[in-house]
Ligand binder design. Sequence first.
Ligand code: SAM
Length: 397
Amino acid sequence: MGNNIFLTGDLHVGKTTLINQLISKLPVHEIRGFRTSRYYQDKKLAGFYIEDICSPPVVKEHKFIGRCVNNNHWVSIPATFDDYGVKILEGCLRDNPKLIVMDELGFFEDDATLFQEKVLQILDSYIPVLGVLKRKETDFLNLIRSRKDVLLFEITPENRNIMSGVIFDELLKITSFESGNHHLDAESYEETARKVFAPVYSLIAEQIKEKTNITAGLCLDVGAGTGHLGIALAKITELNVCLLDCSREMLAIAGKNIVAAGLQDRVHTLWGNVYNLPQQDGTVDLVISRGSLYFWADKKCALKEIFRVLSPGGMAYVGGGFGSPELKRKIDAQMQARDGCWEKNMNKRVRATENLDYKQLLADLDGLNLEIINDEANMWLLMRKNINYQAGTAWAE
Ligand SMILES: C[S@@+](CC[C@H](N)C(=O)[O-])C[C@H]1O[C@@H](n2cnc3c(N)ncnc32)[C@H](O)[C@@H]1O
């Protein structure tokens, strides 16, 4: 199914108006992206510039993507895309919004290879895109048109009024604003965690304890969901555990689970995002994270952020799994019986995450010792921060 929606059509047919109508119906704080705007001089079209849709419209030299010179000759400025444009797109990935807007992709970016790469990275990610595609034949635009995950709508003067409703319905299917397929409903997640996944958490907690040998200090569970792993680890250690998640609904249930376990004095919830952890540098003894990595569009950025908060000698146990092959087989069968698409969806998500070359992805991170556990039932990254690590030396970019 298409995870990305693009509108195309003739000049001035109303594609941008349609995009604006669509996003005006959605919570604006959940949307990121860029728009390109026209620049007029003496009432004549003199250029185009690119803007972050979250910033107020300000025309500045470094935002121009194309200019009219010698009256009627247009030149593109690929450096703007590769610099400012890439910054906007990196911000989109970091903020992990529910929708990314790209209005529009055209031919000015023909030679902007860094920008093109970032666009493709976003299209590959789990974050849905709503964009405009110029009706032009270029390698880049053709590549986007030919993607299986792109749903392309041709807008005409005749259909543009009814298309608003049609596209809005499609948008709701691919996003989690209402009932999209990337959204984890907290109530049903908790029901499955209790009825199906329950034995996994205590087993993995034991494995983390054995492998890291960290049993006191501060533990951060990133993407903790309803909190079962962090709580299981708190039960068998003296760790203070912070359950962090970007979903307030998940954390509300985690709060109840903490009380039910009688661990209010050592386990707390915290709303936050892996790309921008609230903890200070070097303050966390142990980071754990199960099943969340699959949702992180920019894994390098997320893992770098986890490394930042680790104390010297601290460890992170990040990835996903079932603890043992027997449990995996049992749970796979139970989940497949509940949801006929379970194995297909799992395989797709897991393959995209587990086939990454993490050694290479994190090769620039000084002071990191990385071990990878990748077996039949689990994929874990074990990150250890060098005991002699000194702040400010992490990234050799
Ligand atoms: C599959 S659940 C795993 C929950 C829990 N760790 C477990 O094993 O049951 C993934 C969790 O990651 C959270 N998540 C996804 N992206 C995140 C992000 N960028 N920052 C923080 N949490 C995130 C989701 O809200 C969800 O609760």
